[in-house]
Ligand binder design. Sequence first.
Ligand code: MG
Length: 174
Amino acid sequence: MRSAKVTRSKSRSRQSGLNLRVGHGWDSHRLVPGIPLMLGGVRVESELGAAGHSDGDCLLHALIDALLGALGRGDIGQWFPDSDARWRGADSRKFLEAVLRHPDLPDFRIVNVDMTVLLEKPKLGSSKAAISETLAGLLGVDTARVNLKAKTWEGIEPREPAIAAEVVLLLEIL
Ligand code: MG
């Protein structure tokens, strides 16, 4: 009985022709005064910015990890190690562009991206559309395929102010 189910499932998959892969990414950074807060390639007005070797854009870092995860190609730290001086202060949009352009990756299309940012303040309401549009542009997809949610820490923020981002991405290998 079990083998019959497996056979039917494989048959459906072949008929649909879909080669879907899901990826998950998570990143967090400390928030400190005196540096800009970059989120999804957008500068967000904030008293605190995300400390990091690059520009500290944890949403882009989580997105890149989700993309690499879906492609089975490791993580952002392997591609752009923070021990490499080339990436000091780097614009994280360049990391995503470098992955998307990489000749060794298979052709694929993004089905959708769902993202959650954890941040106590500022509220992201006024920046969410700009962030989604920026990321959709970088990924080459319609903004309807890029969804951004913002949540606060609800009283369980780490000992120091922090920002975190979680991303789930679905793509189709072409
Ligand atoms: Mg990071």
